[in-house]
Structures are given as structure tokens and as C-alpha cells.
Design a protein around this ligand. Structure first.
Ligand SMILES: Cc1ncc(COP(=O)(O)O)c(C=O)c1O
Length: 342
């Protein structure tokens, strides 16, 4: 069975037009000068998609909305943090595919400024027509969402529950596909990327990419992830489990263990959504050299990890590195206070 055929049996709606580009960041390389130690830095532009401002969650939503439609659901209930990119893109995907959308947004980050609570992703959620439920601190998002689903059922409709980050095994299939896409583009470019750099939040992107690489016969430890949500070991164990569940969903017999995946906890700082000076610097460097936007919660921290690991030699001099730009730039507006200090 060919690699794309492997995914064809899963219901899917198309939200992305085609492969996202891979571009060399040559202006950034120039700006870094000796700091880049001869490393070639490329970007996979998963922030460059036509729907809802784009971002990695659209890949998951192609399969999640596909599943919702195949189950006859008319409403998607998505759970996330207040500035969830997944929630924003779920709202956009529902608008595009004619589903109702309800967002249950929990207080996952201790930031109560009006820009954090009302600008950035939340502003766009409402513009995309979603019904937004912003919970109070400590309120149980799963319970709230389950109660809403029961009310929707009682009204004769059917809700599909999309839990945190869309990182169910079905959602992860979007990044299995991305692994195949990267393999094809690498062959076209005549390049073998030594490292693929990503942030790891709920771990679905990492698990999907890792499973896709295993299926494609490539070493998943080439993916170097920086956790932005859980502690290093917890993130590793959860991502190993997720990868194996995705492999099982694909009816593959291969399995991975903790030694097969690379996750670094060096960029977590004070935890999920907490800005770090290195993140602020990374966002500024990429903006000034390439005119590209990283986000403050995921890509900014992962890029800070990339720069730091080039400098300390963890990423070997002279290698080819692919940084997956995952979108999330609306979050910049919610962090204006942290970013303006630079
Ligand atoms: C912009 C962005 N990048 C990366 C991630 C991390 O993806 P995952 O949750 O699958 O680890 C997220 C998750 O919300 C995101 O919004």
C-alpha cells in the first residue's frame, strides 16, 4: 500500500490547498553569521495556509472534521486555552464546512489582561462565528463541554467533541501526512534533513510526524521537539504512547520507545504560555531577518531552542535543519506587553 493510500480510508475534508512550501532562511543565516556554525536553516511553512490565518491545527482538523461529518454531527465543541490556536482554527474550519462551533476556553495561563482575554485568537474565534464560552479559573472544561454536548443532544442535534489541541489519534493523522509531504519535498530538493525542529504542546504533531517517519522507514529521532507544556519526561512518555496508538490506527506493527524520540525541556521556562527572554529574542530575530512571524507560546520557544542548541553544539555544525513553522501569530497580539519590552 502506498503512503497516501494508507490515509485514504479515513474520512477527511480538505482545508489546505496542497503541500506547504519549504524555504531556506538565508537572510537569517546571514544575520546569525558565526552563531549558526555552518548549519543550514530551512522552514516548512505550516503557517502559510489559506484558511483562518493558517497553522498546524488545520492538518489535524482535516481528519477531525472529516470524522465529525462521517458521524453525522452538526456541531463541533472544541476545548482549549483562552488563546488556543486550535480553537480559532476549529471555528474557521466549521465556518468553511457549514458546522456550528462552540469553544470551551479554560484559563490555562495566569494572564488576565484585557488583551490576553479578548484580543488575538479570541477575537478571531468570534469573527469566525463560534459561540465562545470563557471559563473562570479552576472551572472544569471537560465537564462544561460534556454538559453542553448533552444540551445539544436534548435539542435534537449532534455534537462532536474535539479535546485539547485536537491530538486524538485521528487528529494526529494530519501530521502523518505531513511526514510523507516532507519526505517527498526533501527528495525534490535533493536534501536529507538531519534534524526537524518542532514545538511539542499536546504532542499530536510530534506523534503524527514520528509515526509517519516510521512508516516511511526514517528515523523518528531526527525530530527534535521542545516541550512548551509538560515537563520533559512526562512529555516524552505521553508522545511515545501517542505515536504507538497512531501506528496501531494505521494497522502498522512497528512501535517506538523513549529512546526513539527526542524532546528537550530547556525552553519551558515558567511553564505553558509563560514568556521567556529567549523566546522574545527568537521572535525578534526571525521577524527582523525574514519578515516572518513566530508565535510566543510554541514556535518562539522552539526557535529559541534551535538557536541555543546550535550554539552549544547539540545540533552538529554544518547540518541541514528544517524548522516547522506552525503558525499561531494571532497570539502575538495577546502578548503585546511581553513583546514590546524588547
Ligand atoms: C502554533 C502552534 N504550534 C505548535 C503547537 C503544538 O502542537 P501539538 O499540540 O500537537 O503538540 C500548537 C498547539 O496548540 C500550536 O497552536
Amino acid at each position: 500500500m502506498s503512503q497516501p493510500d494508507l490515509l485514504s480510508r479515513f474520512p477527511r475534508v480538505r482545508l489546505i490547498a496542497g503541500p506547504t512550501p519549504i524555504q531556506r532562511l538565508d537572510r537569517l543565516e546571514q544575520l546569525l553569521g558565526d552563531r549558526r556554525a555552518g548549519v543550514s536553516i530551512w522552514a516548512k511553512r505550516d503557517d502559510f495556509m489559506e484558511l483562518g490565518g493558517g497553522g498546524n491545527k488545520l492538518r489535524k482538523l482535516e481528519f477531525l472534521v472529516g470524522q465529525a461529518k462521517s458521524e453525522g454531527c452538526d456541531t463541533v465543541i472544541a476545548i482549549g486555552g483562552v488563546q488556543s490556536n486550535f480553537a480559532r482554527l476549529a471555528a474557521a474550519a466549521c465556518a468553511k464546512t457549514g458546522l456550528a462551533c462552540e469553544l470551551v476556553l479554560a484559563q490555562m495561563v495566569p494572564r488576565d489582561s484585557s488583551i490576553y482575554q479578548g484580543n488575538g485568537n479570541v477575537l478571531l474565534d468570534r469573527l469566525f462565528g463560534a459561540r465562545v464560552h470563557i471559563l473562570a479559573k479552576g472551572e472544569d472544561a471537560s465537564k462544561f463541554a460534556t454538559d453542553r454536548a448533552s444540551e445539544i443532544t436534548a435539542a435534537g442535534r449532534k455534537a462532536f467533541m474535539a479535546t485539547l489541541g485536537g491530538s486524538t489519534p485521528t487528529g494526529c493523522l494530519g501530521y502523518v501526512d505531513c511526514a510523507f509531504e516532507i519526505a517527498l519535498q526533501s527528495a525534490e530538493l535533493g536534501l536529507d534533513f538531519d534534524q526537524i525542529i518542532i514545538p511539542n504542546g499536546s504532542g499530536g504533531m510530534h506523534a503524527g510526524l514520528a509515526a509517519g517517519m516510521v512508516v516511511a522507514g526514517k528515523d523518528p529521532s531526527r525530530i527534535r521537539a521542545y516541550t512548551v507544556l509538560s515537563a520533559e519526561n512526562a512529555s516524552l512518555l505521553a508522545t511515545v504512547d501517542k505515536t504507538n496508538v497512531v501506528l496501531a490506527l494505521l494497522s502498522k506493527s512497528e512501535r517506538v520507545g523513549p529512546k526513539d524520540l527526542e524532546i528537550s525541556g530547556t525552553q519551558l521556562g515558567d511553564g505553558y504560555g509563560a514568556p521567556t527572554p529567549d523566546m522574545v529574542e527568537a521572535v525578534a530575530i526571525v521577524g527582523r531577518s525574514e519578515g516572518l512571524l513566530l508565535d510566543p507560546v510554541y514556535g518562539g520557544k522552539a526557535f529559541a531552542g534551535l538557536l541555543s542548541d546550535i550554539q552549544n553544539g547539540t545540533i552538529s555544525p554544518g547540518t541541514n535543519v528544517l524548522f516547522v513553522m506552525t503558525g499561531g501569530s494571532p497570539g502575538l497580539y495577546a502578548y503585546a506587553d511581553a513583546l514590546n519590552s524588547n
